[in-house]
Design a protein around this ligand. Structure first.
Ligand code: AOF
Ligand code: ZN
Length: 360
């Protein structure tokens, strides 16, 4: 099962919005006869890849055990049901890590296997690892919203930019490259119009090799997006959430290939919670937020952030500078956003902290 989990990890940049799944086939002599992991969306699932691997090597799969990091699917989506493929191949036993939260599967895969006489066992420890690897997929399936990961690069005293806006570069090249790997695993990278106007970022993945680029999402209340902004050329497309009804600007952006979605709240800003539900409905598992002070503050104030990905440089930038998010001022320490350390690592000269917002 550990081998299957390692294989699932190889789908990290590849399978979105499908979950990252690995499968290992072991015959009655205890020999590994096939391995596979989920391919790009619309491509074969892990089980089919493992069965093909076994067939390519001339192995007989009858009587074998399949270790799978997610319940084999029972439905026909873009591909056929893996359950049927396993049954047809004569697999005798399936060890599954966790039930597929997709309502189209949700236990029916295991039931179908059992009904066909296949023994089914669960490996709950592996289930926790599989869930963690697919935190965005589970979030989308269970909550209808992506897993929101907010990235920031700060000094040790939490400064993201000087009073004059200067912010490049607080952290070092290793942290920058690492940040691109987190972009690569996301279904979409989100920023605000302020960042687009200030930095004209591309928000694509450059520092690591990836077969697919994340979508780019911009929160742009008034449709201030310049028609020559880099984000409009995003390889996987650019989606703009707005509260503006300016038809000519909307049409100009659409003519450039952008998707423009009006989602206003009562205050005339973009309704961020509704936007997240819409992104969920559009198949966004992990949403990587790389925004400025104001939009970060709105996300945090509205309780919409699941995880902080913080790179901290060993330097102090002092007063008069900007923090990572504008919210507050709080009146009591009890109003703090409680976090839990999830992971701490040293990346080059910087610290990388992954902290999760604790349930209040
Ligand atoms: C599996 N093995 O490796 C993965 C599964 O549109 P489709 O046909 O690709 O189906 C996508 C759904 O299949 C996805 O939402 C999830 O429920 C399941 N993913 N299932 O048996 C796999 N990646
Ligand atoms: Zn499947």
């Amino acid at each position: 099962m550990q081998q299957a989990l390692d294989l699932a990890g190889q789908a990290l940049f590849i399978s979105n919005p499908n979950p990252r799944v690995g499968c290992v086939l072991v015959n009655t002599q205890g020999q590994v006869i096939g391995q596979g992991f989920t391919q790009q969306a619309g491509g074969p699932h892990a089980e089919v890849m493992a069965l093909r691997d076994a067939a390519a090597q001339g192995y007989d799969t009858r009587g074998a055990t399949a270790y799978v990091t997610l319940e084999p699917c029972s439905h026909t989506g873009r591909t056929g049901p893996c359950c049927n493929a396993l049954i047809d191949a004569g697999i005798a036993k399936v060890v599954g890590a966790i039930t597929d939260p997709n309502p189209q599967v949700a236990g029916q895969g295991f039931a179908k296997l059992r009904a066909a006489g296949v023994a089914v066992e669960m490996d709950d420890a592996a289930g926790a690892a599989s869930r963690e690897l697919n935190i965005g997929f589970f979030s989308r399936m269970v909550r209808g919203m992506p897993w929101v990961r907010m990235k920031a690069a700060t000094s040790l005293d939490g400064v993201t930019a000087l009073h004059n806006g200067q912010s490049q570069w607080i952290t070092g090249p290793e942290a920058r490259a690492d940040g691109h790997a987190w972009r690569a695993r996301a279904c979409a990278v989100l920023t605000g119009i302020g960042t687009v106007l200030e930095d004209n970022p591309r928000l694509n993945v450059r520092e690591v090799a990836t077969p697919r680029q994340p979508k780019v999402v911009v929160v742009d209340s008034k449709l201030d997006m310049p028609l020559d902004a880099h984000v409009l050329k995003a390889a996987s497309g650019c989606t703009i959430y707005t509260s503006s009804t300016n038809l000519s600007k909307t049409e100009a952006l659409q003519a450039l290939g952008a998707t423009v979605i009006a989602m206003p709240n009562a205050a005339g800003k973009v309704d961020l919670a509704a936007m997240l539900r819409d992104l969920g409905a559009r198949g966004t598992n992990e949403l990587h937020v790389e925004a400025g002070f104001k939009l970060n503050g709105s996300f945090l104030r509205e309780g919409l952030v699941d995880e902080l990905l913080l790179y901290m440089a060993p330097k102090l930038l002092g007063a008069g500078a900007m923090g990572m998010a504008q919210f507050g001022p709080l009146q009591a320490l009890s109003q703090a956003t409680p976090l839990q350390w999830h992971d701490v690592a040293r990346i080059g000269d910087d610290l990388r902290i992954v902290a999760r917002v604790a349930a209040r």
